[in-house]
Design a protein around this ligand. Sequence first.
Ligand code: SF4
Length: 424
Amino acid sequence: MNAFADGVLTPLEQISVYVHIPFCTTRCRYCDFYTETGRSARVIARTLQRIVEEADAFSAALGRPTVVTVYIGGGTPSVIPAAELEPFLGSLRTALRIEHPPAEWTFEANPETITADRLDALSRSGVDRLSIGIQTFDDTALELLGRRARADVIRRAIRLVSERWRGDVTVDLMTGLPGQTAAGVLRDVEEVVQMRPAHVSIYSLTVEERTPLARMVASGEITLPDADQRDALWFTADAALRRAGYDAYEVSNYARDGKIAVHNTRYWEMKPYLGLGPGGVGTLPIAASGDEPHGSRSGHGIVAVRLTNPNLARYTSTTAGERSSATELITAQTLFFEHFLTGLRTSRGVSIANLRSVFGIEPGVLIETLRNEWRAFPDLVQRGLTAESPFLAFTPRARLFLNSHISGLDDILQKVPLGRVTIT
Ligand code: SF4
């Protein structure tokens, strides 16, 4: 499908934008993201230029929507040289017609690339949220994971950010690391909390297929904590963050003073978002075709398109207005299932009003179907759950074991009739 063909994309009033910068200095052993290492300054500059062209083409095709949030991730966006950051971000603002500061503009950085020049360029460009990939302060684990920074470099970056950065900070930490103990997790959380970031994300290390980590685990070169130990380490981090005053508003995300991630929240609320850059994934509503799509399971048509382009050579050689590579057509039923799952990950839960307005669902039918068919139903917050309840939410403990509760949910949700789908 050519997303730019007349009438494919639906004009939008508001949008979120994700920009994927697919460059890292070296590859971490556990990583299965789309990223490239060892690329020249010329290739990086050409990629940034294409991202700006692509931003302009999509913005035009979508009717110049207001950009509500911007998230620049990767990869390691902070490998962009300091001198190129401001021109790139300025051009992106122009291409996307960002006239006023978005509600949130996040930029990911790894500690070894955090410099005064880069922080100043980000501030001047309107970025107001810095996402720092710390993972741990344990040098042995950092080495085994293939991370570039060691604890001394991370601490230097934190000091610099404390002195110079006026925006918000969010920090990524990891549990389930080789050799990690509960005491080690506590040390990591306590050190992070001392810098009072607005937001913390915790991820449990997963072994992705075909990564160096997978081979090292298979050969016995690296031993990871078993499943029970991994759960215990994760709960240690969870409890420490709660004690420090962070609200666990989503399975992996903690915020203080209500500073939840606006950009991610818009994903979870099924708001449309544009993905730019090689490997950037976006989901956009499309004009109804009226045709029953191949592979549709629900009797409902295609309602959205998911676009990505994880091929640097192809990405940099296409011209403005072209979009090559992977296009996935999304049915209403698939979106409904995704929306339901992501909602269950949040403390607030799945918004019944949103289900009604986006998917045309009758709340009473949904609740009866879940009550009759879903064995996890008793784990939902039981406060007189009715069709008028605003949210369907798991109890905090059930939320932490989400995966064990959702098997078969896809089939159950297919029994819920959908109405007209409206994604705005
Ligand atoms: S820095 Fe992030 S994107 Fe880059 S290799 Fe490591 S985990 Fe992957």
